[in-house]
Design a protein around this ligand. Structure first.
Ligand code: ZN
Length: 521
């Protein structure tokens, strides 16, 4: 931190200017006028957004940003032996797949991952598979070093970028999948968070209704499919609309066609959106979950309908779901003939299970270890199939963000938007039944600008007040839990900044309204 916050410690621009350059650039790339939260916050590390027992992950810190990025494909990808220590980003996947498929993609933010590519290999791979382990940042892999032998093998036999970064904040599923698919950041592609405004309007969930009208640009899959005249098989197997930014617009884009979409719902149900995508009929009522659920139930030593004490069918938080999802993915590959001819096909698979586990049980739980092992097994099964049946393929394994380490380890204070909102309303004497805040996310607050205007409260004033917000004020009355004792007067946030003042923060930090163009991911 080279710039100490001077004089008025609650001045939002000064306060944000004191953040590390990387954090600032990630915030800047991640925000979008009229869509992002009006007030963006960065909790003081190791504080985190979420509850005492249910962590979120929305900040710009390295532990959420550093993700695995491993490329493997015996014919086209170099066997580098050891992971490479060089800057890389999620946005580099886009141009790299463009290079591999020899399609001239629209130029975006990323760079081709040249060290991964074998030189002078003619033709194109028959199939490119991108596997996203949702929430499995490097910090999760480091916690369970023996739970991913398959990925470790791929790191040695392919090329692994140890310092790969997500590149924008918030570190959440919808924006980062769009970074991956489009090769650029939320400030360009427009998917800013789990929640966002519809152009200065209502706050909605990202890619709501399983459609991509908020995604402002095309993806590599959109463009490659089009370059081959729609002859590519393109498909996504995943969990929710939050992964659509990795796939693209389907038939909802000029010249596009209905790509395969398979999103896991309740056990046995696979969903899509027939307006823009195709969900093959054999997937809609897809069998096999019960068998996996029984096996997983028994794997903890008791046939009691539960796994480690939790019901197996409700949440996507156990190995049964991983195995079921792999069945769906492999069935799609076989039935639709992914990799069967010389036109490159693209399959995208998101495994959400470990992210769910991280939110419910934290990443140091045995649940996390078991689910990571299951995902690694699923990867072995998938790669085994590609080796036997497709041969000329490239698989990319990465993640959309890391996960929050246990607060009992870091001492992080949980930041709840509801508490911050109550504090703001009290601080500015907002009448009962009114609120300065319309909605919130892990990244900040969507303000009610009408209420603020009527009360004559500016965004700068609100950010300034939150910059002085303490653990005591956040906790309310009563004693702090023992592990936080004596920390009453500590500030909760490192910086709270109105989004509209970000150019001023950039000016303070970099001498220009935007960061240097060559700033690494
Ligand atoms: Zn999550």
């Amino acid at each position: 931190m080279r710039r100490p916050a001077r004089r008025r410690a609650n001045d939002p621009v000064q306060q944000a200017c004191a953040l590390d350059d990387e954090l600032l650039v990630r915030l800047w790339r991640g925000s979008f006028k009229g869509r992002s939260e009006e007030l963006l916050w960065v909790p003081r590390y190791p504080n985190y957004h979420g509850g005492f027992y249910t962590p979120g992950h929305a900040g710009p810190w390295d532990y959420l940003q550093n993700v695995p990025l491993v490329l493997y494909g015996p014919k086209r990808i170099r066997a580098s032996g050891a992971p490479l220590d060089r800057p890389a980003g999620i946005v580099d996947v886009y141009p790299t797949i463009g290079r591999l498929t020899r399609v001239d993609l629209a130029p975006r933010a990323g760079h081709v991952l040249r060290p991964a590519l074998k030189p002078k290999v003619p033709g194109r791979p028959k199939l490119v598979v991108v596997v996203v382990w949702d929430g499995v940042g490097r910090n999760v892999l480091e916690r369970w070093p023996n739970a991913w032998p398959t990925l470790r093998r791929l790191e040695a036999r392919g090329t692994s970028f140890l310092d790969a970064m997500v590149g924008s904040s918030p570190s959440n599923t919808p924006p980062v999948h769009a970074n991956l698919g489009t090769g650029t950041y939320p400030r360009i592609h427009g998917v800013t968070g789990i929640k966002q405004r519809v152009e200065f309007g209502d706050v909605v969930f990202a890619l709501d209704g399983r459609e991509t009208s908020t995604l402002r640009v095309s993806t590599f899959a959109d463009q490659i499919d089009q370059a081959f005249g729609g002859a590519s098989e393109v498909g996504l197997v995943g969990f929710s609309s939050w992964q659509l930014g990795m796939l693209g617009h389907g038939a909802g884009w000029p010249g596009g066609d209905a790509d395969d979409l398979a999103l896991l719902g309740d056990p046995g149900r696979v969903m899509g959106n027939g307006s823009y995508y195709d969900t093959p009929s054999y997937l809609k009522e897809f069998p096999g979950f019960e068998a996996h659920a029984d096996a997983v139930d028994r794997s903890d030593g008791k046939a009691d309908g539960r796994w480690r004490g939790h019901p197996v069918g409700e949440d996507h938080d156990n190995p049964a779901w991983v195995r079921y999802e792999n069945d769906v993915a492999l069935t799609l590959v076989q039935q639709e003939g992914y990799g069967a001819d010389d036109v490159t096909d693209i399959l995208l698979v998101n495994y959400k299970m470990l992210d769910v586990v991280g939110h419910k049980y934290w990443i140091d739980s045995l649940e996390a270890r078991d689910v990571l092992r299951a995902q690694d097994n699923a990867l072995a099964q998938l790669v085994g199939h590609l080796k036997r049946k497709v041969r000329d393929f490239v698989v990319v394994v990465t993640a959309d963000h890391g996960h929050t380490p246990p607060r009992t380890e870091t001492g992080g204070w949980p930041v709840l938007a509801t508490d911050a909102t109550a504090y703001l309303n009290k601080h500015f004497d907002v009448p009962k039944g009114r609120s300065l805040v319309e909605d919130s996310s892990g990244a900040g607050l969507f303000l009610d600008v009408d209420v603020a205007k009527r009360l004559g409260v500016t965004q700068r004033e609100m950010a300034g007040a939150l910059n002085l917000y303490t653990i005591r004020q956040s906790a309310g009355k009563g004693r702090l839990p023992p592990m936080y004792e004596g920390r009453d007067r500590e500030r909760v946030f490192a910086a709270v900044i109105p989004r509209r003042l970000l150019p001023q923060v950039m000016k303070c930090a970099f001498g220009a309204r935007r960061p240097p163009a060559d700033f690494p991911a």
